[in-house]
Design a protein around this ligand. Structure first.
Ligand code: OSB
Ligand code: MG
Length: 370
């Protein structure tokens, strides 16, 4: 397939309500939608689910756009590729910048699915027809509100509750939740807000809440800190921010820093690295699940395909965009079944129809390459 041009659409979608985590508050979510156009007139879309600020990893929306515009897309436009490996080879010299790479890579996966008339799930050898999903509850002000939020989510069908926490917003809401719902699958995501020199005992005491995992308590580069915590507790430590590449996972495995890995195509640079990380994790007896970064229906399509693989046994962060956003750039986004599962799209191509009118409506910047 010969790529004749590429477009970057920066879109900003308003959230239904602010998403508050240890790294800050998001009210409007930017995304870069990368569109590749081939000589045969095929259009492939991918998404870079960047954040407004460099608070989750070092990337943010403007850095992603700059790296795509200056380095990644000029290296592929005007060239012909017969495989995804050949395509990513063009920009393999670009260090890091995983979120930027993800959008560019996924757009080519979409082209492969279109050309071969297969679904993304088939392309990735997914075997599950539907997947179990959960939703995150952001940091709040009153523990009682958290209980109400959780009850609402369970009523909608979600199968597990993930509570965003930070120092000072942890024991009280957890206590309240556990009193009301002793058996629900409950996990916490700390988004790197705890300090291993101060909070190891506190986090270890959370064993009493019977959590399914403690996600990313310490800063991304402190894999050793996570290993110390994991050696003290039975509750699985799950790494998110710390695993930006296979090499990070090798270090985590060598140090026994976690039992679970949250795999997000955005954070690790796309689906190829996601698959590599999945294999290494499974070969080393870790469990994996598919996280999210508040993608639109486009980004979620790739996450869903990844999560349809047999190794993805834990509920995914895949709340339908309709529960996160006021609107979406696809027409027929994910729909939660009342049993808490979402069906994997079997349609050839992306699996969801991109609504060009809406894409234009929410576009704040467009860059054309080629
Ligand atoms: O830590 O999982 C995270 C969103 C942006 C950045 C980091 C995280 C998240 C989420 C969103 O938790 C979950 C979702 O996409 O549904
Ligand atoms: Mg996380």
């Amino acid at each position: 397939m010969k790529i004749v041009s590429a477009k970057i659409h920066e879109v900003v979608l308003p959230l239904r309500r602010p998403f508050i985590t240890g790294f800050g508050t998001i009210r409007n979510k930017p995304e870069l939608i990368v569109e590749l156009i081939t000589e045969d007139g095929l259009h492939g879309y991918g998404e870079s689910p960047a954040l407004p600020d460099p608070t989750y990893t070092s990337e943010f929306i403007d850095s992603c756009l700059a790296v795509q515009e200056k380095f990644i897309l000029p290296s592929v436009v005007g060239k012909e590729f017969s495989s995804i490996q050949e395509y990513v080879e063009q920009y393999a010299h670009v260090v890091g910048n995983q979120i930027a790479k993800c959008g560019a890579e996924c757009a080519f996966w979409h082209l492969l699915a279109e050309k071969n008339h297969v679904s993304l799930s088939e392309l990735l050898h997914g075997t599950q027809q539907s997947i179990e999903v959960g939703e995150s509850i952001g940091i709040g002000e009153r523990p009682n509100t958290v209980v109400k939020d959780a009850e609402l989510l369970l009523k909608k069908g979600f199968r597990r509750i993930k509570l965003k926490v930070k120092p000072g917003w942890d024991e009280e809401p957890l206590q309240k939740l556990r009193e009301k719902m002793p058996d629900v699958v409950l996990s916490i995501d700390c988004n790197a807000t705890y300090d291993p020199t101060q909070h190891i005992d506190l986090l270890a005491s959370f064993e009493r809440f019977n959590l399914s995992m403690i996600e990313q308590p310490f800063p991304a580069s402190d894999i050793l800190g996570h290993a110390t915590l994991q050696s003290l507790i039975k509750t699985p430590v799950c790494l998110d921010e710390s695993i930006q590449s296979l090499d990070d996972l090798k270090t985590a495995v060598a140090l026994k820093a976690c039992k679970i890995v949250n795999i997000k195509p955005g954070r690790v640079g796309g689906l190829l690295e996601s698959l590599t990380i999945e294999k290494y994790a499974i070969d080393h007896d870790l469990q994996v699940w598919c996280g999210g970064m508040l993608e639109t229906g486009i980004g979620r399509a790739f996450n869903m395909a990844l999560a349809s693989r047999a190794a993805f046994t834990l509920p995914a962060d895949m709340s339908p965009s309709s529960s996160v956003y006021m609107d979406d750039v696809v027409d027929d986004g994910l729909t939660l079944r009342s049993d808490g599962y979402i069906d994997i799209s079997a349609k050839p191509g992306l699996g969801y129809d991109v609504n060009l009118e809406k894409l234009n409506k929410y576009t704040t910047r467009t860059v054309i390459i080629g």
